[in-house]
Ligand binder design. Structure first.
Ligand code: FAD
Length: 502
């Protein structure tokens, strides 16, 4: 499982594990785009910064994204207008347009092109269904009102896919997101910032400004930024968000003679995101989709097969060469939560949906301005402390009813099995053995790994994810590998090791 972005080669720099004790002005937890972009702005302003990353820089959703950059949003600006108003849409577009320009400036500064190119974005319809036509027209109207250069084209040609209608928005962009992460990390290091990899943070004492890793190493800082995609530990914001996984594939084109998509393509009626990516003259078709709630609706290989089938039905592609998955967090009122949190010295950035490559740059600007005491750039629009019951109550209620349901029923529906030979190689199952529940996985080599199935975050029961071979919590999206180690999400601690007495 590896994203197509890895074709550009391994990380040009690696960073040490955090050891001992380090004092800085700002501790940033998370080495994705939010953490790295924030670190660079703060380093430029002369702050002493440490970025502390669990795994390696870019290994979270940033490196598993589609690399599309745009001033609009993937769920459509019309949805934001419905919940908020046109004025809010205009502010969202203005913030995101500025951030896209900032990203382009960073790319130029990094002297690596990161495969960055200005390209158009297309909301596409393939079918004849009326409803999608109306959606497209509404989106066109909101986009133009927000100052985007948009037009609707009927039966467009030369895009490499058969499409009925397209809303085209000019001057958006694409890049290789992993190369951009690597470039930012090198720039942070060059400007004197500290970066630590393989250093999972296990505890944050906000009052003391003390960040402690699982190995007991410590960073002391006046300000702490959670750039962890979702805040770690228990936060009210987790009750305001839905968590989704999405999958991606890439396949090399057999022939480069024909047309293939250059730009961003989202099919409204098929929920596929399509783009191309070129490596050493070979174009690849990238298809992303199969969105489903984390811990629910696991189709295993089925997710990748559907995406591969879509690619084959539209393009002359060879076998799928890359496949990967990533996570996204969608806020109940459709705007991200960015800035100073309940603790005055702690900052969060979350709820980006699938639009975080640009929101992460907005967040970096908002948070660094707050830390440096500069003028607010979002007018409080993204304030994580906002209270918007009229806009978020329905989604909030649905999300939390689901959590309550998992907490109250999952434990009583566990399959009973005393014969673990029935767990096949490569398979994971939550089982009741003797009166206790276990998360049981058998490796392809036949080795059995047994864990507690209780997520340490809020005690929900994890579900097996056969596409990614992980244990996923359906409540707030914490994910664990087959050894129980935290992969992502709000949990700090691993799944407890637990062996059944047979
Ligand atoms: C399939 C998919 C495609 C997408 N495509 C696009 C796109 O084309 N355009 C777009 O704008 N957005 C896209 N997105 C959304 C975008 O990828 C994310 O919103 C964005 O990358 C989030 O960046 P981040 O830095 O906040 O989080 P991440 O990149 O996830 O970084 C968070 C980092 O924190 C680290 N971390 C977590 N816990 C700890 C801890 N305890 N200690 C230390 N470190 C920790 C993680 O290891 C991780 O590296 C996509 C999302 C998905 C799921």
């Amino acid at each position: 499982m590896s994203a197509v972005w890895n074709l550009a080669g391994p990380a040009p720099a690696t960073f040490p594990r955090l050891e001992g004790s380090t004092d800085v002005d700002v501790a940033i937890i998370g080495g994705g785009l939010t953490g790295l972009a924030t670190a660079l702005i703060l380093c430029d302003a002369g702050e002493r910064v440490a970025v502390i990353e669990s795994h390696t820089v870019g290994s979270g959703s940033s490196g598993g994204s589609t690399g599309n950059l745009y001033s609009t949003v993937s769920n459509g600006l019309a949805g934001i207008r419905k919940k908020w108003d046109q004025d809010t849409v205009n502010k969202v577009v203005a913030l995101r347009r500025q951030a896209l320009d900032d990203i382009q400036r960073n790319v130029e500064r990094l002297a690596g092109h990161c495969h960055f190119e200005r390209r158009p974005l297309h909301f596409c319809i393939q079918s004849n269904v009326d409803h999608y036509g109306k959606t497209l027209e509404e989106e066109y109207e909101v986009s133009v009102a927000a100052g985007l250069q948009a037009e609707i084209v009927d039966r467009p040609h030369g895009l490499g896919m058969s499409l009925r209608r397209v809303l085209r928005i000019e001057n958006q962009a694409q890049y290789n997101p992993l190369e951009y992460c690597y470039g930012l990390a090198k720039a942070v290091q060059h400007e004197g910032g500290l970066i630590f990899e393989h250093s999972p943070v296990a505890e944050v004492d906000a009052a003391e400004g003390k960040v402690t890793t699982a190995d007991g190493a410590v960073v002391r800082a006046g300000q702490v930024v959670f750039a962890t995609h979702t805040p770690k530990g228990i936060s009210m914001l987790q009750a305001e968000m839905e968590v989704y996984r999405e999958h991606g594939i890439a396949a090399p084109l057999n022939s480069t003679d024909g047309e293939f998509p250059r730009g961003i393509f989202w099919t409204l009626d098929g929920f596929h995101s399509v783009r191309s990516y070129e490596h050493e003259g070979q174009p690849y078709i990238v298809v992303v989709g199969q969105k489903h709630e984390t811990g629910h609706g696991d189709l295993g290989e089925g997710h990748f097969e559907e995406l591969g089938e879509f690619a084959r039905s539209h393009f002359d592609v060879a076998a799928v060469s890359h496949r990967w998955s990533a996570q996204q967090y969608q806020s109940a009122d459709l705007l991200p939560y960015v800035g100073r949190s309940a603790h005055d010295n702690v900052y969060v950035a979350t709820g980006y949906s699938a639009d975080g490559l640009v929101w992460s740059e907005v967040a970096a600007q908002v948070i660094s301005h707050q830390i440096l005491g500069r003028k607010d750039i979002d007018g409080g629009l993204l304030n994580p402390r906002r209270f918007t019951p009229g806009k978020s109550a329905k989604a909030w209620l649905e999300a939390n009813t689901k959590v309550a349901k998992h907490l109250s029923t999952d434990r009583f529906t566990v399959e009973k099995m005393d014969d673990l030979h029935r767990v096949e190689a490569g398979e994971g199952k939550v089982l009741k053995i003797g009166g206790d529940s276990y998360a049981v996985y058998r490796s392809p080599e036949g080795e059995l790994k047994t864990l507690s199935p209780i997520c340490p975050h809020m005690k929900c029961m994890v579900h097996w994810n056969s596409a990614d071979k992980s244990w996923d919590c359906p409540c707030h999206g914490s994910r664990f590998d087959v050894e129980g180690e935290v992969l992502e999400g709000p949990a700090y601690k691993p799944l407890e090791k637990r062996s059944p007495k047979l």
